[in-house]
Ligand binder design. Structure first.
Ligand code: ATP
Length: 255
């Protein structure tokens, strides 16, 4: 369709010393889609996420999100605009409860540092009950309601990924960047995570961009897949097109 993509990045580049981690890359994510980002180890996928969310400043390039240029904005401002990300290693606050972890994720809506661990007094006074109710609702949605009062540090790898999803959802995002949602997850829980992503996509219209090495996960979730290799775009297309693309197969075999 002619509809503008929710996210469109072009000409993105970032070098570390002499290494061109991302080298003139582009990506587009359609509203309402589940889009995949794949590529061999070291292809630049995580760096691209860092550039999109401005956790790392690009050397050059342009990021348009929901019709606005965002590459000049601070990461918390980008989060406020509705572009939220999770991390390969889940950033849970181990010594807080699962529920508190989700409640605190709402912090970015106040414009304060997303990761600070104290709720602002005015937020506590005005909204604490609403935030807790919303957090409990989301924990129920990701299957962690029974763990709400437990320390987050006691969760398994897969449960942490689900907690990260609940934290992301708590910010009412328009687009969630998921960094390897299936990595380090018990195989039995992978299907559960995929089901929850699909449910949020179908029922709430949530848009996802997902980095994942597990091809079964990519193929079952994604409408469209972008392939990076050595920091550059190698291909993009439907999962079926990508799976049979000779250049893509070569890049993975060459690893
Ligand atoms: P993987 O699938 O293994 O997670 P990836 O596709 O996410 O890899 P990146 O982590 O983005 O790849 O790394 C791309 C390249 O940039 C690699 O050569 C990596 O060593 C290098 N790199 C990434 N971050 C840094 C950094 N902070 N300092 C130096 N080099 C870096």
């Amino acid at each position: 369709s002619s509809e503008l993509p929710l996210l469109a990045a072009s000409g993105l580049a970032k070098s570390f010393g002499g290494i061109k981690a991302v080298n003139e890359a582009e990506i587009q994510v359609k509203k309402g889609s589940i889009t995949g980002l794949i590529g061999p180890n070291g292809a630049g996928k995580t760096t691209l996420f860092n550039l999109l969310s401005n956790f790392i400043r690009p050397d050059k390039g342009r990021v348009i999100f929901d019709g606005e240029q965002i590459q000049q904005l601070q990461p918390h401002k980008i989060a406020q605009q509705g572009l939220i990300r999770t991390f390969q290693v889940a950033r849970t606050l181990s010594r807080l409860s699962v529920l508190e972890n989700v409640v605190l994720a709402a912090q970015k809506q106040t414009g304060e540092n997303f990761w600070q661990v104290q709720l602002q007094p005015h937020v506590v006074a005005k909204e604490e009950k609403e935030l807790r109710d919303r957090a409990m609702f989301l924990l129920d949605k990701v299957g962690l309601a029974a763990k709400a009062q437990d320390y987050a540090g006691g969760l398994s790898g897969g449960q942490r990924k689900l907690l990260e999803m609940a934290r992301a959802l708590m910010t009412n995002p328009k687009l969630i960047l998921l960094d390897e949602p299936a990595a380090g997850v018990n195989p039995r829980l992978i299907d559960d995570i995929c089901d929850r992503i699909i449910t949020w996509n179908r029922e709430e219209g949530m848009t996802f961009l997902i980095i994942e090495h597990n091809m079964d996960v990519i193929m079952s979730l994604c409408d469209r897949v972008w392939v990076l290799a050595e920091g550059q775009n190698l291909a993009d297309g439907t999962p079926a097109e990508i799976q049979t693309n000779p250049k893509v197969l070569q890049a993975y075999l060459g690893q």
